[in-house]
Ligand binder design. Structure first.
Ligand code: ATP
Length: 227
C-alpha cells in the first residue's frame, strides 16, 4: 500500500473540518478525491502533507506513520504537492525554480522540458512573467523535480484557458502512463473520469463513497457531486 488514511479528523482552531476520511492507494494508481465545494478535499491534502496537524486518525505512507512528522520530512519521503494556487518563486527564473526543487532521481530539467515544452521555451524568464497556465506547469514541474513517489494535484486546471487545460491533462495522462502515482482533485469530471483508476467522495468532511469511474453512476453524481 502506498498511502492509507484511516479515520482522519482535522480542525481549524476549534472548528472541525474533517470527521472521518478514509483513503487507500496502491503504487501506480491515479485516485480522484471528489466532493462539492467545502467538503474537505483541500483539508485532507493539507492534513496528509502535515501542513496542518490532525487530531485523530492515522496516515501511513509506505511504511511511515506521518502523524508525527514535520511537513518537510513528509516531502522528503516522496510526497510532491502541487497546492491550490500554483505556488512558485516569482522572482526566480523558470530554470531556477526547477533547480532549487531538485532531489536525486530520474527527473531532470530536460525531462520536465519534454513534458512541458512551454517551460523549455521560457527557461530564463522570471516566473512572475508567466501566464497562469505556465505557472501551473512550473508548479507541477517543481513537484516532479523532487522525484515524488506520490504526486498530489489540487485543482491544477482551475481558472485556466481550455487549450492550456488540455495540455495539463495530456501531461497528467503521460505521467500516469509512466506509472506515476497521483492523487488528484479537480472540478472537471469528464477528464477526471477518463484518467482515474478509482474515485473517492467526501461529504461534509467524511468519506461517503469509493469506487471506479464505471461505478460512479448518475445517482451517485446527483447525490454527492451536484451535477
Ligand atoms: P473547495 O473545492 O471549495 O476547495 P474543499 O472540498 O477543498 O473545497 P476545504 O477547503 O477542505 O474543502 O474546506 C473544508 C471545510 O473547512 C469547509 O467547511 C471550510 O469552510 C473549512 N475551512 C477551510 N479552510 C479553512 C480555514 N483556513 N479556516 C477555517 N475553516 C476553513
Amino acid at each position: 500500500m502506498l498511502l492509507q488514511i484511516e479515520g482522519l479528523q482535522s480542525f481549524y482552531g476549534r472548528s472541525q473540518a474533517l470527521f472521518g476520511v478514509n483513503l487507500a492507494m496502491e503504487e501506480g494508481e491515479v485516485v480522484a478525491l471528489m466532493g462539492r465545494n467545502g467538503m474537505g478535499k483541500t483539508t485532507t491534502i493539507r492534513s496528509l502533507c502535515r501542513i496542518m496537524p490532525y487530531r485523530h486518525g492515522t496516515v501511513r505512507f509506505l511504511s511511515h506513520d506521518l502523524g508525527v512528522m514535520r511537513p518537510h520530512r513528509v516531502a522528503r519521503l516522496g510526497i510532491g504537492l502541487v497546492p491550490e494556487g500554483r505556488r512558485c518563486f516569482p522572482n526566480l527564473s523558470v530554470h531556477e525554480n526547477l533547480v532549487v526543487a531538485a532531489r536525486p532521481g530520474d527527473w531532470s530539467l530536460e525531462r520536465v522540458g519534454r513534458l512541458f515544452p512551454r517551460l523549455r521555451e521560457r527557461h530564463s524568464q522570471s516566473a512572475s512573467t508567466l501566464s497562469g497556465g505556465e505557472q501551473q506547469m512550473l508548479a507541477i514541474g517543481r513537484a516532479l523535480m523532487t522525484n515524488p513517489k506520490l504526486l498530489i494535484l489540487d485543482e491544477a486546471t482551475e481558472g485556466l484557458a481550455p487549450v492550456i487545460r488540455q495540455e495539463i491533462w495530456a501531461a497528467v495522462r503521460e505521467l500516469k502512463g509512466e506509472g506515476q502515482s497521483i492523487l488528484i482533485v479537480d472540478k472537471t469530471l469528464k477528464e477526471l473520469m477518463q484518467l482515474a483508476d478509482r474515485c473517492t467522495i467526501l461529504e461534509r468532511g467524511m468519506s461517503v463513497w469509493d469506487g471506479t469511474p464505471a461505478d460512479l453512476g448518475e445517482d451517485i453524481q446527483d447525490r454527492f457531486l451536484g451535477v
